[in-house]
Design a protein around this ligand. Structure first.
Ligand SMILES: Cc1ncc(COP(=O)(O)O)c(C=O)c1O
Ligand SMILES: [Zn+2]
Length: 454
């Protein structure tokens, strides 16, 4: 149905009206004024699986048609025709991901931004993993890739007139959401479960989020789901199951990772992009970014994608040709809490299939080994989850799935300081010495085998 047609308008406006009533958002007129003033850009939300078009305000739940068919499918942002297809010029000093705003749901002038994006693409040659580049997302304002999701989703929340931002994450997504809500001047509720601790929880509190601890992971979805329906809270994260993925406007932010990678490689695609996945928001968003660039003629092909997971849900769906990834509960807890979900998403399966990609289960020990190896040889310290890409690349190269001469970009989603406890435990007791240099020399020898006189 083309934008501008009567039925389209009725569907869009009617949907909006219902959503404003349901979600308690500001009046339609104020939304229309801002929407029209910017002439931008989302024309609706389209189901990734069945292409049903829904109004821009339908971001809170996935596709009902696919849900009825037993598949939890996310929506993705559809744009008005006439978007710029020109390749962007070189970045100016201080450029953020919003330099690509022609392809994002909000105009840069209205973005809630902390300068996210423009992260380094670093070549790593000492890992023995061939032609490998690390896209270091720890260089973002809250030190993870989730800043791109939070900046895009909170910006759209403001544009839509949302009054409360909400997240059910106890990790990077919650920390990023809290920071961008603070910047937007909106209250932020983060629902977490007992046992969640560490730097990311501290981060959320530091940004002033209202953190609420409930007994289990299932409880936090129940609470948030009810609050979204009842009070119109604006969710940036997954908050009900089976999960469709996060807020579709937020996922648009991940497209900028693809744009930046292609630009850094002089508008060429790597052969492979490898990511740690949970709900595969980033994997879908980056794939969509590459797919758009191919259609615009900025690049000639989309890379293949590989997903490192700790449940095996995506791998099972890929092998069996399923649209709905199955639940794969782990027998033992993982140290990779950031990617701890037991069930994948259709959006991830879609991007993996479209790119002729693969998914593979990675165990904790392999993450540790490679986390340490990269930190010690390349000076890049990844969060344990973010190191899961490295053993995956090793295995795919060994099997010839990633060819010997193929170029690979691995997304380092967050840095080691986000989750230092597990690494710290492996280091053991901290060696100490007196203020005497002879004593220091002895301790260096005993603890590290280091000969100071060499
Ligand atoms: C460090 C880290 N890596 C990877 C992921 C997986 O993200 P996604 O849900 O986009 O697959 C997450 C978050 O959930 C994360 O915190
Ligand atoms: Zn659908």
């Amino acid at each position: 149905m083309p934008p501008g047609s009567m039925r389209y308008e009725a569907q869009t406006v009617g949907g909006m009206r219902a959503a404003f009533a349901t979600y308690g958002l500001q009046s339609r007129t104020s939304f229309d004024n801002r929407h029209n003033a910017l002439m931008s850009k989302p024309s609706g939300l389209r189901c990734i699986r069945c292409s049903t078009l829904l109004p821009v305000t339908a971001y809170a739940r996935g596709c009902k048609t696919c849900a009825a068919a037993g598949v939890a499918a996310n929506l993705t942002v559809a744009y008005e025709p006439g978007q710029s297809m020109a390749r962007p010029g070189p970045p100016t000093p201080n450029a953020s991901m919003w330099r690509f705003d022609a392809h994002l749901p909000v105009d840069a002038r209205e973005a809630i931004t902390l300068g996210e994006g423009a992260t380094p693409l670093v070549r790593v040659q000492k890992l023995g993993l061939g032609d490998l580049w690390i896209k270091d997302e720890s260089c973002n304002p809250t030190w993870s890739f989730k800043d791109r999701l939070a900046s895009a989703s909170v910006s759209m929340a403001v544009k839509l007139g949302a009054r409360v931002i909400a997240s059910s994450s106890s990790g990077n997504a919650g920390a990023a959401t809290a920071a961008y809500a603070a910047k937007a001047g909106l209250p932020c509720v983060v629902v977490t479960f007992q046992g969640a601790a560490g730097p990311m929880v501290t981060q959320m509190r530091a940004y002033g989020a209202m953190l609420l601890v409930v007994p289990t992971s299932a409880d936090r979805w129940r609470v948030l789901s009810a609050a979204v329906d009842r009070f119109g809270w604006y969710p940036t994260s997954v908050y009900y199951g089976p999960a469709v993925g996060s807020n579709p406007y937020g996922i648009e932010g991940y497209k900028t990772i693809a744009y930046e990678i292609a630009e850094s490689l002089h508008w060429r695609s790597p052969d492979w992009c490898v990511l740690p996945v949970c709900y595969a928001d980033a994997l879908y968003g980056i794939w969509k970014g590459f797919d758009e660039m191919r259609r615009y003629g900025w690049i000639d092909r989309v890379p293949r994608f590989a997903a490192a997971e700790i449940s095996g849900s995506f791998a099972a769906a890929m092998t069996a040709g399923l649209d709905q990834p199955p639940v794969r509960e782990r027998a033992v807890p993982t140290i990779a809490a950031s990617i701890g979900a037991a069930q994948g998403t259709y959006q991830g399966v879609h991007a993996l299939r479209a790119s002729n990609g693969v998914a593979m289960f990675i165990e904790d020990e392999a993450m540790f080994i490679w986390q340490e190896k990269m930190a010690r040889t390349e000076g890049i310290w990844a969060e344990p989850s973010a190191a899961a890409t490295l053993p995956l690349i090793e295995r795919l190269r060994a099997r010839g799935i990633i060819a010997a001469n193929a170029s690979v970009v691995a997304l380092m989603t967050a840095g080691g300081l986000k989750d230092p406890d597990a690494a710290d435990r492996r280091f053991g007791a901290l060696p100490s010495a007196t203020g005497n240099v002879d004593d220091a020399v002895r301790v260096l020898k005993d603890a590290y085998g280091f000969d100071a006189g060499q």
